[in-house]
Design a binder for this molecule. Structure first.
Ligand code: FES
Length: 93
């Protein structure tokens, strides 16, 4: 069943309240609706890994994952990794 429905994603510790078609992939939700473009669209078929994100600490191909499957879970993109790496470097310095 398809249709538009509200969906909340937690990305890099920030809540994103979105209205999405139920068939929207996590990749498209991140790039086109949450405007987090660090996650790249390569093959869009699960072959290249350019769209990899972490969901609850597990590596996931976001082009093969529905956004609805990630609701209520902790999503980390390259932007989130960048923040934590910078914070860790500042703590060391
Ligand atoms: S875009 Fe290539 S694996 Fe997802």
């Amino acid at each position: 069943m398809s249709g538009i429905r509200p969906l909340t994603l937690e990305v890099n510790g920030k809540r994103h309240d979105l209205l999405l078609d139920t068939r929207t992939t996590l990749l498209d939700a991140l790039r086109e609706h949450a405007f987090l473009t660090g996650t790249k669209k390569g093959c869009d078929q699960g072959q290249c890994g350019a769209c990899t994100v972490h969901v609850d600490g597990e590596r996931v191909l976001s082009c093969l994952t529905l956004a609805a499957q990630a609701e209520g879970r902790r999503i980390t993109t390259i932007e989130g990794l960048q923040k934590s790496t910078r914070r860790e470097l500042e703590e060391v310095a």
